[in-house]
Design a protein around this ligand. Structure first.
Ligand code: FES
Length: 108
């Protein structure tokens, strides 16, 4: 069963019965706030996640991700959560400092 663990949200664990959902959809369906300024259309980078483990469990990079990477706006350890589908296994991620909400108490 695919699982997302968000390290700096107290290792919040989100299990999914589906193997074909975008990461941001799984996070939102869990009731967890995650920034998505362009409405999950791949037109910003506010939904980016820092991937600590499980990069190989994600779908291939999309056109917008490749473009942002070329522009230096997406590092090699980052993916856009609205463009990435968790295909299998576990994904360990962090919320980037720049995309943290003021109303949420993030952990280390
Ligand atoms: S929400 Fe804008 S790129 Fe994902």
């Amino acid at each position: 069963m695919p699982r997302i663990v968000i390290q700096n949200l107290g290792n919040l664990s989100i299990d999914s019965a589906h193997a074909d959902r975008k990461v941001i959809e799984l996070i939102h369906e869990n009731g967890t706030d995650w920034m998505h300024a362009c409405g999950k259309k791949g037109r910003c980078t506010t939904c980016k996640m820092i991937v600590l483990q499980g990069m190989e469990n994600l779908s291939p990079e999309t056109g917008p991700e490749l473009a942002y990477r070329q522009q230096g706006r997406l590092r090699t350890d980052e993916r856009l959560s609205c463009q990435s589908v968790l295909l299998q296994g576990e994904l360990l991620i962090r919320v980037a400092k720049i995309n943290q909400f003021p109303h949420i108490a993030y952990t280390e």
